[in-house]
Design a protein around this ligand. Structure first.
Ligand SMILES: [Zn+2]
Length: 395
């Protein structure tokens, strides 16, 4: 894809009618553009209407790593200020005492009081996990979500799924999820058609969640740029170039808006079912839209995993959002990389400015702290999870 992208930039410039007019005199490498037109590929605007190419080979975005000379107070936060609950835990298999001990040792360093295991598993694998945890001295540090298998949705599927859910609830789950992104994106029905998020065949299952008072932790869609062309205007160009399977931009593929519409149809049709929209419902880049989702659907709360790069680039708007919706937001991390949690603590707790994020391919920009008040932090870190997942009071 990279080799196609450079000619695309040139084609883009041509399509916009950009014409290289003249050099600007001896020794200058200028190209003039009409007011409002972008500079041609490989050049940058040096004066109004005048574009120039550097006389050194330009580095690729992989190799350009400027050192910031900004000097400001730095407050790294290795441990959360208050004991936190990670509602979006993907710790891998927890079926052995060793594995459990390893994860708990990392949790202790981070001040993570509890992890909700959200591996979308059901049946045997679920009961093995629950049994291993029950036998562990660390059983109070974990709760487990069940799972749903969305393959082969057709006659009889809902009855089987509801029976499995009832069995899993008896076994001790506190929720179901993470319902994976494949649901809606590319899970197929037996006839080969895409299983839509709002397929009516699933209604008995959504209704059962309400009857059993079990929340659904659901990941629908992906960052909206994953659905856009892979060109040099795509702010997730690097990630999409690294991971071909994240490109949802081919003709015939479902769009971001279609998925959000289907998801919202389910939220609306099942007002008694409690949903936790993973990753801020992929609206962290548009918090007015996230607010509208929460306003429209009182049965929905949100989780903050893997969207830190959007919160941390708009600290003032994000802070206001967290204060307003302080009862509806839960901390979650997603991928279990212990050295990444402190970036969350720092964005939530401090007012630090212009500091690094942990993965260049998610975000080429810097982060800023939101400086959340303590009472908001306590809710987001743990109290909302305790209420939503019925975890009971702090032990
Ligand atoms: Zn997810």
């Amino acid at each position: 894809m990279r080799s196609f992208a450079l000619p695309l930039g040139a084609a883009f410039a041509l399509a916009l009618g950009i014409v290289a007019v003249s050099a600007q005199g001896p020794g200058m490498r200028g190209t003039r553009v009409e007011p409002g037109q972008p500079c041609p590929a490989g050049t940058t605007e040096v004066r109004p209407g005048s574009c120039q190419a550097p006389d050194q080979p330009a580095p690729s975005i992989l190799d350009y790593r400027p050192r910031s000379t900004l000097v400001t107070p730095q407050h790294p936060v290795p441990r959360a200020k208050f004991p936190a609950i990670d509602v979006h835990g993907h710790p891998g298999s927890l079926t052995s005492a060793d594995a459990i001990n390893r994860v708990v040792a990392e949790m202790d360093k981070l001040n993570l009081a509890m992890m909700i295991v959200a591996e979308n598993v059901s049946g045997d694998r679920l009961t093995q996990t629950l049994a291993a945890l029950a036998a562990s001295p660390h059983k109070d540090r974990f709760r487990v979500m069940g799972g749903v298998d969305f393959r082969n949705v057709g006659p009889g599927w809902a009855e089987r799924a509801v029976a499995q859910l009832e069995a899993d609830v008896k076994a001790g789950i506190v929720g179901v999820g993470e319902i994976p992104k494949q649901f809606g994106l590319n899970t197929r029905k037996p006839d080969g058609s895409r299983l839509k998020v709002d397929d009516p065949a699933l209604d008995p299952l959504w209704a059962a969640f309400a009857r059993l008072d079990i929340p659904v932790f659901i990941h629908t869609a992906e960052p909206q740029e994953f659905f856009q062309p892979l060109d040099y205007t795509n702010e997730r160009w690097l990630e999409l170039s690294l991971f071909a399977n994240r490109r949802n931009n081919q003709p015939g593929q479902v769009s971001f808006e279609e998925l959000i519409t289907e998801r919202n149809n389910v939220f609306r049709k099942h007002p008694k079912t409690r949903f936790i929209a993973a990753h801020f419902g992929w609206h962290a880049n548009d918090l007015a839209r996230a607010a509208k989702m929460l306003d429209d659907f009182p049965n929905v709360s949100i989780e903050a995993g893997a969207v830190l790069y959007d919160l941390g680039r708009q600290p003032r708007t994000a802070r206001a959002f967290f204060v307003k919706y302080q009862d509806r937001i839960m901390f979650g991390k997603d991928s279990f990389q212990p050295n990444e949690y402190p970036y969350y603590w720092r964005v939530f707790e401090t007012e630090d400015e212009y500091f690094d994020y942990y993965r260049d391919y998610h975000a080429f920009w810097k982060l800023y702290g939101m400086g959340l008040p303590d009472d908001v932090l306590r809710k987001v870190y743990a109290e909302n999870a305790r209420k939503t997942l019925r975890l009971g009071p702090k032990s």
